[in-house]
Design a protein. Structure first.
Length: 359
């Protein structure tokens, strides 16, 4: 099977991890296009403004490159990771050329990333979502009629795996997640619940440094971290908080939120002891008594921190148990094999339909 993969290429990105896992499957021939080479992201205001002005040309250039690669490789499958820069009209053209077009969608809602992606998502031959609630809700909630299956997130062994437990843990509590209003509310409430407790807290992720004045002066902020640095920093925490974005409102309408994130798997493979937001899906992944304790509220979270902070041996034992559970079952290579099973089945159905229509 020949696959053309389109996705981000920076080290630590889920798209790159999946693409690299696919390239290691012997029966596949995989070529790739780095979407971020055509649709770069910038931090400076000036470059963001310039980017906005020229974005339509960047999208056109990406489309041209995809079609050029299709003509050269003659792939059986075009696999696009999320695909914010790929319009539905381009997907239709690819399908009419006989390509089986697959989207791997990693986020909560296909309605949350602009009109282009929302319209395009219904044009794919197959959507492989990382969210367990998407297949059942694909039609009733999101309004699509194309097939949708679920393969959850996973950890990248080259980035997030450590065979040994952490050595030096100089933080009591850490969290690494991009700032969200809900996460700020959580950490403020956690701070109130921990009043009088001498704990060293560290926060990493984009958006937190700008809001450091809202938190105690002795809390430490690391900014965004990527690749191995992300895992190295998390391993410094005796306890890691794993929040989940459960509240999703699109155009005033409530939609299902996350039940897991990449952290759900990365923390276990990194050897961290972590406290995960309680969700029905997370409870199928780990045992909350022997592997990963779970919480619903800031008060329950603080109670768990107070309970486990003095219990060094218990934390180490539970982290080791979660590590055994996750490795290698929750790895990206394992997920890639599952994705490939769905793609093979979908491609077979696709070819059967083509044979019927041309008979």
């Amino acid at each position: 099977m020949r696959i053309l993969f389109v996705g981000e290429t920076w080290k630590g990105s889920s798209a790159r991890s999946l693409c690299e896992a696919l390239t290691k499957i012997p029966e596949l021939v995989v070529d790739e296009i780095g979407e971020d080479q055509y649709l770069p992201r910038y931090r400076s205001l000036f470059l963001r403004v310039v980017n906005r002005v020229i974005k339509s040309w960047q999208i056109l250039e990406l489309r041209r490159e995809i079609f050029a690669k299709i003509n050269a490789l003659k792939p059986d499958v075009l696999m696009i990771y999320k695909g914010s820069g790929v319009a539905g009209s381009a997907i239709n053209s690819m399908r009419h050329a006989g390509i089986f077009v697959v989207n791997v969608f990693p986020d909560c809602s296909p309605h949350a990333h602009g009109d282009r992606l929302q319209a395009a998502m219904g044009e794919y031959d197959l959507v492989v979502s990382t969210k367990p609630f998407h297949p059942d809700g694909w039609g009733p909630i999101y309004g699509y009629s194309n097939p949708c299956v679920c393969v959850p997130h996973g950890y990248d062994p080259a980035v997030h795996y450590w065979p040994e437990p952490p050595d030096v843990q100089d933080f009591d509590v850490v969290i690494a997640a991009s700032w969200r209003p809900q996460y700020e509310t959580l950490m403020k409430a956690f701070c109130e619940e921990m009043q009088g407790q001498p704990v060293r807290v560290g926060l990493a992720g984009s958006g937190w440094v700008e809001r450091r004045n809202a938190f105690p002066t002795d809390w430490e902020f690391a900014g965004p971290l990527y690749g191995r640095a992300y895992g190295e920093w998390l391993r410094r925490g005796k306890i890691v908080i794993a929040p989940v974005h459960r509240e999703v409102v699109i155009n005033g309408i409530q939609q299902p939120g996350d039940e897991d994130t990449t952290r759900t798997y990365e923390l276990a493979s990194s050897g961290c002891f972590f406290l995960h937001r309680r969700t029905p899906f997370a409870q199928t992944l780990y045992d909350d008594q022997t592997e990963v304790p779970m919480w619903d509220s800031p008060q329950e979270l603080a109670d768990l921190v107070k309970k486990f902070l003095p219990l060094d041996e218990r934390r180490r034992a539970m982290a080791a148990a979660a590590h055994r559970r996750a490795v290698p079952a929750y790895s990206v290579p394992s997920r890639a094999a599952q994705v490939l099973d769905h793609v093979r089945a979908g491609l077979l159905r696709h070819r059967d339909k083509l044979n019927v229509s041309t008979a």
